[in-house]
Design a protein around this ligand. Structure first.
Ligand code: PRP
Length: 201
C-alpha cells in the first residue's frame, strides 16, 4: 500500500479477533497480538489502534485513525459523520426491543447501552418511555424489574433464553463495517481504495 494507514479496531482478546482476521485476509501482515497488552501496534504496513468499540467512530471522525472496523450498532450510536463504504459481514447480529417472555403492559422505562439509538426509537414510535443508560448485562435489568424493556443486541439468542426474555421487535440487522475518515478519504485516495478493494467480501 502506498501511504501508511492507521486503523482503529475494537480492543480486547475477543473483540479484536475478527477485525484482525479480516485484515490478514486482506493481505496485511499482522503478527500474533494475543499476548500483548500494548494498545498501539506499529506494524509493517499499517498502525493498529486498539480502542473500545464505542470509541472507534470517534478516533476515525476526529482523524487520529484513517479507518476503523466496528459494528454498525456503535456507528449508529456515535452519531459521527464517517464514511461507511463496506459491509464486512461477520457474525450476524441484530438490535432488538426485548421484554420478559409474555409481557404486555405499558413500557415506561427502557435500559440500553445504546441510549442515543434508544431515544430515537422511542421518539419515532411516539412512546413516552424514559431511557435508562446502563453499561451491560442489560438482561438482568428486566429480570429484576428495574425496567420494562431493554434495547440490546442479540446474536445467538442464548442470553435471552437463559433469562426468560423474548424479542418483541427486531429494529436493525447489524454487522461489522469499515469506516473511513472523510479527509483521509481525499488525501489518501489510492491507499484507501486499495484497502476497500482488498477487504471486499
Ligand atoms: C451482548 C449482548 C447480550 C449478548 C447477546 O453482551 O448485550 O447480552 O451479547 O448474545 P447472545 O444472543 O449470543 O446470547 P456482551 O457479551 O457484549 O456483554 P455485556 O452484556 O456486558 O455488554
Amino acid at each position: 500500500m502506498k501511504r501508511r494507514l492507521t486503523i482503529a479496531i475494537p480492543g480486547g482478546e475477543r473483540s479484536k479477533a475478527y477485525p484482525i482476521e479480516l485484515l490478514r485476509r486482506a493481505g496485511l501482515t499482522i503478527p500474533d497480538l494475543s499476548g500483548s497488552r500494548s494498545l498501539k501496534h506499529d506494524l509493517e504496513q499499517v498502525t493498529l489502534l486498539e480502542v473500545k468499540d464505542a470509541d472507534v467512530p470517534v478516533y476515525v471522525d476526529i482523524g487520529v485513525a484513517d479507518c476503523g472496523i466496528v459494528g454498525k450498532d456503535w456507528i449508529m450510536e456515535s452519531g459521527r459523520d464517517v464514511y461507511e463504504p463496506l459491509d464486512l459481514g461477520g457474525p450476524a447480529y441484530r438490535l432488538s426491543l426485548i421484554r420478559l417472555r409474555g409481557a404486555t403492559g405499558r413500557i415506561e422505562r427502557v435500559a440500553s447501552k445504546y441510549a442515543r439509538i434508544a431515544r430515537g426509537v422511542i421518539q419515532s414510535k411516539g412512546m413516552a418511555a424514559d431511557v435508562l443508560p446502563l453499561n451491560g448485562k442489560l438482561e438482568l435489568a428486566v429480570t429484576v424489574g428495574l425496567v420494562d424493556a431493554i434495547l440490546d443486541v442479540v446474536q445467538t439468542g442464548r442470553t435471552l433464553e437463559d433469562n426468560g426474555l423474548e424479542e418483541t421487535e427486531v429494529l436493525h440487522k447489524l454487522s461489522m463495517r469499515l469506516i473511513v475518515n472523510r479527509a483521509a478519504l481525499k488525501l489518501k485516495v489510492p491507499t484507501i481504495r486499495e484497502l476497500i478493494h482488498r477487504l471486499e467480501p
